[in-house]
Design a protein around this ligand. Sequence first.
Ligand SMILES: NC(=O)c1ccc[n+]([C@@H]2O[C@H](COP(=O)([O-])OP(=O)(O)OC[C@H]3O[C@@H](n4cnc5c(N)ncnc54)[C@H](O)[C@@H]3O)[C@@H](O)[C@H]2O)c1
Length: 370
Amino acid sequence: MPAPRILVTGGAGFIGSHTCVALIAAGYQPVVLDTLVNSDARSLKRVACITGVEPVLVRADVRDGAALDRTFAAHGVQAVVHLAGLKAVGESVADPLGYYDVNLAGSLVLARAMDRAGVRTLVFSSSATVYGDSQPSPIAEAAPHGPVNPYGRTKSMVESMLADLSHADARWGIACLRYFNPVGAHESGLLGELPNGPPNNLMPYISQVAAGERECLVVHGADYDTADGTGVRDYVHVMDVAEGHVAALHRAARRPGILMANLGTGHGASVLEVVSAFERASGRRIALRIGPRRPGDAPAYWADVRSAWRTLGWRARRDLDQMCADSWRWQCASPHGFDDPVPTLVPGAVLFQNKDRAINIHSNRGHTHV
Ligand SMILES: NC(=O)c1ccc[n+]([C@@H]2O[C@H](COP(=O)([O-])OP(=O)(O)OC[C@H]3O[C@@H](n4cnc5c(N)ncnc54)[C@H](O)[C@@H]3O)[C@@H](O)[C@H]2O)c1
């Protein structure tokens, strides 16, 4: 039986490439559709290095209906994981039409192409930004939407569009995954986040300070009403997020209708807690400077994850120490990102080893702990 093919839009990006690893480990064959506007095709070589399978890359725009038709016809796609999109909040404020075009119109064109192809199983990358910033934590899926920027509104609108679609046509099975703060890297150190320019997010920033690429971390506000005064977020390991897509795919393929699920750990960590964990993982001191609060930043939020467990059978398994250790390994193994040569690896070779564990490649689960 050939592996079922899954179209992964945006599959060369940070979460997409890790999702390809998880899909292959679960017995699927990803077909990636990506413009590479914010990613690098060499991420897929790294996926191959880890799993032994290189996803097919279709270099196309998710807003291009004809390209989608050709891709569905050529590859016999059975379901779609839709991650392609733009994600910088500040940029979405400056260029709202660009964000509505890619994120909203792109999702509409994709859903129409899926319908034409008779492919009606969809996992959509949504975000905790749909909740806005005034919800008490833990935030459950039933909390009202209140996005506070164009980026969050594009995600909220796509969710509404997909809910309308699923109510109109019972053949669709859809899962909208609301990620909290995905961080970390694949534990091999071969795959991770590659920010374009100065990172917008905390973990890659800390990692670059630890590596000596940046002088110090500016903490945006240390006078919040939290235990240590710094902002609290629900950081979740990118491989847990990736595995959440596999769980959502199983559910959406089996059960028509639509569901929303938070992907988080259910716990918040403050900026200072993340810094301490990173110092432990890297053995380096992270220089800090306390700056003013950033407008629009919420003091603290984290996910209610009970529904994800109930509906998907998924929960995050990796803790903050592992998120930091894996980020640091990626930083050290690939300081120049994908410009560093892909290590030559043979099946069964030990990909990574420390005192606690070794990881082999090309096992039937992508990697094994021995
Ligand atoms: N990383 C996060 O913190 C986070 C949090 C919540 C939600 N999300 C969502 O998850 C998805 C993936 O995020 P990521 O962090 O991997 O970002 P990313 O930028 O690394 O990945 C997005 C991918 O989409 C591609 N892309 C962009 N526009 C496209 C288009 N018009 N057609 C085809 N491909 C296009 C990019 O080249 C990139 O490979 C996004 O939809 C994002 O909004 C991310």
